[in-house]
Design a protein around this ligand. Structure first.
Ligand code: NAD
Ligand code: PRE
Length: 304
């Protein structure tokens, strides 16, 4: 294993899952961690999310050769600043933030001279905090690594091997490309879910109890996504603003096309569109990309 000691800053869903996964998959690797919230530190100790929970970020990173920031993207700058001057010589700094361009800039500004290779495991649930983490979160999921142009190949390889050891499949791309792709595959779907659940509950003619009662089908899936952490998602939309607004514009245009087809009674357009999207879903399943875990996001955490 390329790293002897992994330090995790932020011990919520992502940080806790990394800590548990490292202890399970890489038992020879030392783990330490810190969370700004004292209650989360206490809970992280109770659950054994990392080998040792420190009382300061600087103490957590002392001697670590890999430091991973697992805090909301809007808190990356402050978290990185809290370890400035405390990093071991040659330590590699990474993160798990859902957007990459602004995070890469924040880390580089707070830690000048440090080796930084940002990453994003595309794996999560609607739950957050130290109780949400579980060791199998990254299994058979993508981890996108976005190295800066001058990143060391040896460190990129080491970080890829680390994520593969936790069960992830690694893909390397630029931060710009990452932010564009994730804007449409992750950020926009969350925005749509937040919108539709709000719209349904605001509808005066439909009572809140009816929304709950009849949400067994498609709407229920939206409510799961719309239960995602408000701090995390506020930060994602503010940090990936340009790509999200671009995708939202395209989405709005496509929605207007379907709206027009419905108004004009144009069944052919609707049928063709739905046939195309059904084929996309089926090809995802055929390629084995769908989440095979039956209870994913609905209680599998208990397994950790
Ligand atoms: N939740 C997901 O599905 C998911 C998936 C992939 C990546 N991510 C990214 O991972 C990161 C963490 O998300 P999460 O879901 O684990 O959130 P979380 O809320 O479960 O955990 C974040 C933790 O960071 C702590 N924190 C905040 N500021 C801090 C600071 N300055 N120093 C130390 N600790 C601090 C909080 O107290 C909290 O415990 C975010 O950047 C998010 O975009 C989330
Ligand atoms: O399954 C979920 O609950 C998720 O939303 C996970 C999800 C996603 O959109 O795929 C959410 C944010 C991340 O940055 C990565 C993964």
């Amino acid at each position: 294993m390329p790293f002897r000691h992994v330090a995790i800053i932020g011990l919520g869903l992502l940080g806790g899952s990394i800590g548990l996964a490292v202890q399970q998959a890489l038992p020879g690797t030392q783990t330490s961690g810190f969370d700004l919230d004292p209650a989360s530190r206490a809970r992280a100790r109770d659950r054994g999310l990392v080998g040792s929970v420190a009382e300061t970020a600087a103490a957590a990173v002392a001697g670590a050769d890999l430091v991973i920031f697992c805090v909301p993207v809007g808190a990356m700058a402050a978290a990185a600043a809290s370890v400035a001057g405390a990093l071991a010589p040659g330590a590699l700094v990474s993160d798990v933030g859902s957007s990459k361009l602004t995070v890469a800039r924040a880390l580089a500004e707070a830690l000048p001279g440090a080796a930084i290779i940002p990453a994003h495991p595309v794996a999560g649930t609607e739950n957050s905090g130290p109780d949400a983490g579980f060791a199998s979160l990254f299994r058979q999921r993508w981890c996108i690594i976005t190295p800066p142009a001058d990143a060391s190949l040896a460190q990129l390889t080491a970080l890829s091997q680390f994520w593969e050891a936790l069960g992830a499949n690694v893909e390397v791309m630029t931060a710009e490309h990452h932010d564009l792709v994730l804007a449409v595959t992750s950020h926009l779907p969350h925005l749509i879910a937040y919108t539709i659940v709000g719209t349904a509950s605001d509808l005066e003619a439909v009572t809140r109890s009816e929304v709950i009662k009849y949400s067994a089908g498609g709407f229920r899936d939206f409510t799961r996504i719309a239960a995602s952490d408000p701090t995390m998602w506020r930060d994602v939309f503010l940090s990936n603003r340009d790509a999200v607004l671009d995708m939202l514009q395209r989405f709005t245009e496509d929605l207007t096309e379907l709206q027009k087809a419905i108004r004009k009674g144009d069944g052919e357009t609707l049928f063709e569109h739905f046939t195309r999207t059904r084929a996309i879903r089926r090809s995802i399943i055929a390629e084995g990309q769908d989440d095979a875990r039956p209870n994913f996001g609905r209680g599998e955490q208990a397994e950790a």
